[in-house]
Design a protein around this ligand. Sequence first.
Ligand code: 13P
Length: 232
Amino acid sequence: MKYVIGNWKSNQNLTESLIWVDGIDAIKPHFSPDVSVILCLPFTDIAGFNHKLSDLKIPILTGAQNVSHLPPGKHTGEITANMLGELVNYCLVGHSERRRDFNETSQMVAEKAGFLLGNSITPIICLDLPYLDEQIKELFQQNIDVSRCIFVYEPIAAIGTGHPIDPIDANHVANQISFLIDNAAPILYGGSVSADNVKSFVDQSRIDGVLVGADSLEPTLFAGIINCLAEK
Ligand code: 13P
């Protein structure tokens, strides 16, 4: 199975997200049974977006971009894995932007993964070299079943720059991650992925797909990436 996962970050209100669905519906990309297409949305978009996808029978799955590291209770403003369980099948955790802007630690990321798995949501765990070993060690320490997760190598220098890293280097790190998790889960690459370069990544031996930021916001660009994978 190959994966195309979009991450809208803090973009698109509900109205804009529904216009995006109309855009995809008009383009009709090639949805292959061998390619899982997932879009990670702002919390506020998810319910309405799911509804519209189902009305138009568009085979895109949805994910959240974050979840609380705390259980349900007196934590004003937090969105728990239990709340997300009714809405999504996937959730990003440990994105470098959250580590940078919200001081998220490897311990919190592992706690989030635990709550997600407990609510049948697949954690999509983002990694970069400075904390890759520490993060994976923490997952094992907290008894997280890594075979039920998806991992993404996202080198921070390649995010939002238009300059992805060399696919051979990305594959090297994917192999490193694979070794640490005993080859148990899919491993993706993220960082300035576009329709022009996506094939060079998924052609690598240990890269199972891509996590796409900017080019997931525009239906034409995202459909281009989906088509590249479907035609492989
Ligand atoms: P860009 O594709 O915009 O570089 O973003 C990558 C990313 O951070 C996805 O999570």
